[in-house]
Write a protein that binds this ligand. Sequence first.
Ligand code: SF4
Length: 334
Amino acid sequence: MGYSVDVFKFLVEHQGSMRIAAKILSNKHVVRNPLFLFLQNLRIEHVVKKLEVPVAANIELTNNCNAQCIMCSHQHMKRNKGFQTYEMFQNIADQLKEMGVRKANLTGIGEGMLDKNVFKKLRYAKNVGIPETMITTNASMIYGDNVNELLETGIDAIRFSLDGVGEEYNRIRVGLDYDKIRQNILDLVNKREKGKYETKIYLNLLKKTDGLKDESGVVNTWKNIVDGFNFVYYMNWGNLEDNIVEHGYNNQAFIRRPPCPFLWNTINIMWEGQVALCCLDYNVISPIGHIKEQSIKNIWHGELMNKMRETHMRGDFSNTLICKDCTWYPNWWG
Ligand code: SF4
């Protein structure tokens, strides 16, 4: 009994152990198990008690994009398009540093590498002392001088959104070409080796079904080249039901919907300064504040955000517009 309690305690408290556990604990046969629910409740209590600041900030440099991926919410986005100013980015980075946020991930409903200030912004975030900087990109702009410039910023991680190889990639990522993207990623990997940069390189993959199968062949093709893979279950972006029907993907099958960990672990700041409830809120229908009106800290601990957390904890998702019909219940073990 003592041994089991120690194992539970280790699982619940240590983020490092979560990578392997998350794979197992995402399986639909596991999430339907009462033991899973018991462990998950312990995990929720532990995380909620501990997290006073978000672990990560998603910062949208732009909502412009150069692709039309079939599963992306970009095509449904009605927000004005633009680029975050350098001054606003500096302000955000300063506040995140002061709050003790560990990760700044340059990502949003757009392609961040289209921002001409992207390298300057990454350098600023690094210089100000944010421990981990990263960008999520479709790799289309990773060529020529951009490769060295990106590595020279001291960026800690680059996540390339891939989702398929060859013709399957071309079918999903409309407007981009797999052969070019593949070459761009390989060039960056080579330059990283030659220059002995410590930047980690990951591939993002959308999972269409439960389980650990490499549906797209990406893992098999890339496993000896990149540092790892980031699996994301396909979801409906909060309210795009057709996406699931059209592309035939589905989410995990929990027997009871848990509160969403995003409300405790990640803050999402859009290019114009709006703070969205989560990264799926492509039209910001559930805004929780604006950084031109309040500090990031006050938004994060504000009445609105706390109310949303409280309703999620009660299992009530009805008054959180973007969450109401969301089919993506992110895993507390990730
Ligand atoms: S439940 Fe869905 S929409 Fe709501 S915060 Fe979580 S991922 Fe976002």
